[in-house]
Design a protein around this ligand. Sequence first.
Ligand SMILES: [Fe+2]
Ligand SMILES: [Fe+2]
Length: 269
Amino acid sequence: MAELSEQQIRDPRRNISSDAVEAARGRLADRGIDPDKVVGEGELGGSLRVVDFYLMLGMIAATEKSGQAPTYAMARLALEAGLPSEVADTLYLAYMQQSAEEASHGDKVFGNAYYAMGGAAPAGDSSAVGSAGGSFLAPTDDPKQNKKRLGGMAGLLGGIETVALNRVFPAVVGICERWEHPIGQDLVQQIKESVRPEESRHVLTWRYVFHTLIAPKGERVVEAFYQGTNQGRRTLGSPELDPEAITRLLGTGAPTRRQLLGKDRVALS
Ligand SMILES: [Fe+2]
Ligand SMILES: [Fe+2]
């Protein structure tokens, strides 16, 4: 499977053929959008244009959508891992919610903006993380094995979430602000109102797994979790975090179930 790095997402000129760029430019022009307006600085130097941003959005949409299956599998795994029922229930609910939210980020937010700009559905194989983890995550008959998979994959998913939250979304928002187009303005609003709060809760799930299942097991298991987190970041070609930074992000205790599910926020009237 074609795997893309965060840098490729943030600067699509790395891996897109000139034919694909020309096709994208045509689609944008058909929608009355100037493909060559400069909207940012490239990771490779030079300028990022609207056409590069369009290609970037397709990759982000596909990558978000590919988070749906492994998180759905994690929810199933949580019920088959011999966990105390309170923990199993909490993780089941949190991962089911996360699965729905990744699908929504992929299809409804980023896929929607991509479609509005050019009218083609993003290709499934544009995902930066491939179709991560489907069969590997299927529950086995052995609860201990399931628990190990759950803990391992939770570290990896958490690492990916930290990249999305702290590196990819800020880059998108910066480009949209410079673009000054209604599609970009809508996208910024959706990132602010739904994507960021939801991704923040996905990071909380990583934290919950750490404090509930990992920290009590001692140093070696903790170290493996930290390595899993950095492995998730490496999947996107992003810089690793040092142990102090991971410790800081993990905080000092497990969040509550209501916090994980976003139910402790004040209701919007
Ligand atoms: Fe997401
Ligand atoms: Fe997420």
